[in-house]
Design a binder for this molecule. Sequence first.
Ligand code: AMP
Length: 279
Amino acid sequence: MKIFTSKQELSGYLDRLKQEGNKIGFVPTMGALHQGHLSLIEIARQHSDVVVCSIFVNPTQFNDPRDLERYPRPLDADTAKLEDAECDILFLPSTFEMYSQPEAWYINLGYIENILEGEFRPGHYQGVTQIVKKLFDVVKPDKAFFGQKDFQQVKVIGKLVEVFDLKVEIVMCPILREEDGLAMSSRNIHLSESERIESLALSKALLLTKENYQSKTLQELKNDAVNYLENSAGLKLEYFEISNSKTLLPAISKEEEGLVALVAARVGATRLIDNIIIK
Ligand code: AMP
């Protein structure tokens, strides 16, 4: 695996590979890699000739400075995992490399940046689109792979691609879970033993919603999940919503084409999100 820290060197190297006809697949991450990330690398390998993974803990998408500070950064372990996963290129820029001068960033993402995650993390998706655009400009991938784990993020990236008319195909990859159902996340490392158990309420509420989908109304499904989550020990619910999977607006009817249930909650000091595609 080749490792680059310079934008210019990476883009020069990739330009040559592209001229030789290689298709580039890109997996942006913030590191602390787990099987979920590695599944994205695997899918990228199936769809591309050359796989580029980036690890960059992007400061502009953190609205809570403590969250940024305590974000795990196990770089040696990450590098070894990417080697094992046969990733071709790792891009590891410094903060200065990505943000060498202060810059204002605003793109009109529309309502999608203010609902669900956006309501609880103001500015988060401006930061996400800022860094993804910068990384896309360097890598210029044919395809970029994002996890369904961050369902709203995939929609937001879709909007970024639309606004700038970018020539990249966005591929959404399934959520990888621990055996007991907890969605894998770099933040799970912060959970104490008891919080780890309490955190199962998120995936359980989502599964119950999907299981009861045929027999209950949307309102009943939502009420049941909210009651369950609000009565779960150790958990502070931020939102639970059943949304139209295209618009992410709250679903009004079961007849809508695609439905997704999304949840966010705090377990102790750790904020977790999860979702399930209902239909
Ligand atoms: P992050 O490092 O958290 O920014 O995540 C990098 C990419 O990995 C994003 O596209 C995430 O959606 C994806 N990802 C995170 N957790 C999972 C998971 N459990 N299963 C699949 N993909 C994931």
